[in-house]
Design a protein around this ligand. Structure first.
Ligand SMILES: [Zn+2]
Length: 247
């Protein structure tokens, strides 16, 4: 049986038979890969502690006909424990999005390296769950080709000015005040600036900035959630998370 070593992110797991568990990983070269961990639910298993959701690991896998078998696993990077506890729903949301937007045998280099950066940023900063969620969701839209355009009005194509504009989260862009009808929601200049920052994918800058005002975060959250649901055509179980309030 051929054996492969991979750098992988654990995105899902479920119990299998009496003592085993099936794990789903995201890898840069092969996209999603499932593999079975034999006897990992026995108390003596050393792998269990390492195989936690959103951990980056080095795994060696024996490729089987029907199931891949995990041979060895080494921890590379994990989310800090206190962050896991504090952001439980967010973690669920993130893994659900990754699961629904990646495939087997599909190279995912950009996605994988983005997740590495995002998780480092998440570990090293202390923002609210909602703020992390809008950054993540917006940037996933960007990676999947659904990023917003901020340069000109979606209707009249005039350049967007530094003023209050309106946001269209289906066509993913801005509507100028002249073209606005009641359909669209007001987006203050600050909101546009933040989205542009998210678009740059530069966590070194995001790390240094304060979290935006609650009103802005709430507008962005609703619009980005709307865009995610529409463009990814998914009904996320974890979107009940949307009901969480900013604090
Ligand atoms: Zn216009």
């Amino acid at each position: 049986m051929p054996s492969v070593s991979l750098n992988a992110l654990l995105i899902k797991m479920f119990d299998f038979k009496d003592a085993d568990r099936i794990y789903v990983f995201l890898t840069a070269d092969y996209g999603k890969i499932s593999a079975i961990g034999k006897s990992v639910r026995k108390p003596k298993s050393k792998k269990t502690g390492i195989l936690q959701i959103l951990n980056f690991v080095d795994i060696s896998i024996n490729k089987g006909k029907t199931l891949n078998l995990i041979q060895e696993v080494k921890l590379i990077k994990s989310i800090k424990n206190e962050k896991l506890i504090k952001n439980f729903s967010l973690i669920h949301y993130i893994t659900e999005i990754i699961n629904k937007t990646t495939n087997e045998n599909e190279e995912s280099l950009e996605y994988f390296s983005y997740l590495k950066n995002f998780i480092s940023f998440f570990n090293e900063t202390d923002f609210s769950s909602i703020y992390y969620q809008i950054i993540f969701s917006y940037q996933i839209l960007e990676i999947l080709g659904w990023g917003f355009s901020f340069k000109s009005c979606l209707k009249c194509e005039n350049l967007i000015k530094e003023e209050i504009n309106f946001i269209d989260s289906i066509s993913n862009g801005l509507i100028c005040p002249k073209c606005n009808n009641d359909k669209y929601r007001k987006l203050p200049i600050e909101g546009i600036k933040i989205l542009k920052l998210f678009q740059k994918m530069n966590f070194n800058i995001l790390k240094l900035l304060n979290e935006p005002k609650k009103e802005i975060v709430e507008i962005l959250k609703e619009e980005i959630d709307n865009s995610i649901s529409y463009h990814l055509d998914i009904k996320l179980k974890s979107l009940k998370f949307s009901n969480l309030k900013c604090n």
